[in-house]
Design a protein around this ligand. Structure first.
Ligand code: IMP
Ligand code: MG
Length: 425
């Protein structure tokens, strides 16, 4: 049992997305039946093209079927019976879908980019499906749009892990164009600081570009906020502040549920997290330092050290389990995550962060709000919880964020062209 538990759960579940794995399994069947690996030594060029056409049709049909299952799940959601949908039976971990997902169209788009159907040795992969889901989400947002709020994670999404958003980052002009179209922007990051200056140090490229922009109105510039510590500290763009950000008092934005989190409980949860982290440092002999903050506690490596992936995962899973099992962990939401070379436990999580941004901007709906991040595994990852608040896109590095924003822009332009041609008729 122990071995099976460790292999099936501890070592796997938290590193797999159940829905993506399930779709991957469905696409594996046509891959096995129609791929022609022997064509590489049998000179059957015609067959390869035919194979690609057949595989494309079969993959697209399957994606269309999954799309229908999601529509059925949404219909169940709308009457409060999401637990009874067929999709829920097939993939028990599926949550709320804020919009339909045109998966067939998205697959056709991604197949043209990635030649998925032409592959003879490599079956449709996790990344093929992840990117298809992102495209489907963008298509749906732009068809039912317009998008009103885009929130971005920081590390790995906007810039490389531990780096800062510098002036030459290609994401900057793309974010500015979104703002020009009236989209509100939130940087919803775990990085938790109480001073605006610290965020200026991390985000100066974007903040300076917004400040200097001639294309954005003063009102549009104020549509940029930074929500740090997952959901703990809110700052808004302010051209008159030396850090270009000003602190927004909690009374102006905290959700009612967040106001009920007692300081005493917060302290107790952080104490418990700190002792769990200390136990891990001792048991694995980690060269690490504890960092305790007002709304977070974490461990960072001693100077020049790197934690092994296994050490990071073990620490985060142990800490999360201990907190989940505690009484105070039932009263206060928390987020334990693996930050690449550190581990943090924050008070609250990104669902509260995104909900707070939606509320701050006047009550934006989840179906008009998109969170872009890199951490969507179910344990030890902090963007995952944003799925409770809005639509999401799962990227793997900052370049993918740039590509995603280009895709969104193209889809918006196509929609505009279609509307113009309809109006002209
Ligand atoms: P994110 O990817 O933007 O959510 O940022 C995560 C990273 O922020 C972590 O890996 C840490 O290196 C850093 N960080 C700095 N302060 C905090 C904190 O108070 N809580 C969690 N992470 C923090
Ligand atoms: Mg990140």
């Amino acid at each position: 049992m122990t071995t099976r538990y460790r292999v099936e759960y501890a070592l796997k579940t938290h590193r797999r997305d159940q829905f993506i794995e399930w779709v991957k399994g469905l696409l594996a069947v046509p891959f096995v039946l129609h791929s022609q690996p022997t064509a590489i030594f049998e000179d059957r060029r015609q067959t390869v093209a035919q194979m690609a056409a057949i595989a494309h049709r079969r993959y697209a049909e399957i994606m269309g079927d999954v799309e229908e299952l999601i529509n059925d799940h949404i219909a169940h959601q709308n009457v409060g019976k999401q637990d009874r949908s067929k999709l829920k039976l097939l993939v028990p971990s599926v949550g709320t879908f804020f919009t339909p997902l045109p998966l067939k169209d998205a697959f056709i788009f991604q197949d043209a980019q990635r030649s998925i159907s032409s592959r003879r040795f490599v079956a449709p992969s996790f990344n093929d499906i992840r990117l298809t889901l992102n495209t489907a989400q963008l298509m749906s947002l732009s068809r039912n749009g317009p998008l009103q709020l885009a929130t971005f994670d920081g590390d790995v999404t906007l810039y490389d892990d531990g780096e800062s958003l510098s002036a030459d980052n290609p994401v900057i002009p793309r974010i500015l164009r979104l703002m020009q179209r009236g989209v509100k922007i939130g940087i919803v990051t775990a990085a938790g600081y109480t001073e605006a200056g610290k965020y200026f140090d991390r985000l100066s490229g974007l903040l300076n570009a917004v400040n200097e922009s001639k294309d954005l109105s003063a009102e549009q510039k104020r549509n940029l906020v930074v929500l740090g510590g997952e959901d703990n500290y809110l700052f808004r763009f302010n051209a008159n502040d030396p850090a270009l950000l000003s602190w927004i008092p909690h009374e102006e934005w905290l959700m009612d549920e967040m106001k009920s989190w007692k300081e005493e409980d917060i302290g107790m949860l952080l104490d418990l997290a700190e002792s769990a982290l200390k136990d891990c440092i001792a048991s694995m002999n980690l060269k690490a330092q504890i960092l305790r903050k007002g709304r977070a506690v974490g461990i960072i490596p001693a100077q020049g050290q790197r934690f092994a992936r296994e050490q990071l995962e073990e620490t985060v899973l142990v800490t999360q389990k201990i907190l989940e099992m505690s009484e105070v962990g039932q009263r206060i939401p928390f987020c334990a995550f693996n930050g690449g070379n550190d581990i943090f436990v924050d008070i609250g999580d990104k669902s509260w962060g995104v909900l707070s941004c939606q509320r701050f901007f006047g009550g934006i709906e989840g179906s008009k709000s998109l969170h872009i991040g890199d951490q969507f595994l179910s344990a030890g990852a902090n963007d995952f919880k944003a799925r409770l608040a809005c639509t999401t896109a799962w990227i793997a590095n900052p370049l993918e964020t740039v590509q995603l924003l280009d895709e969104l822009e193209e889809l918006g332009e196509c929609r505009q062209l279609n509307e113009e041609s309809l109006n002209a008729q």
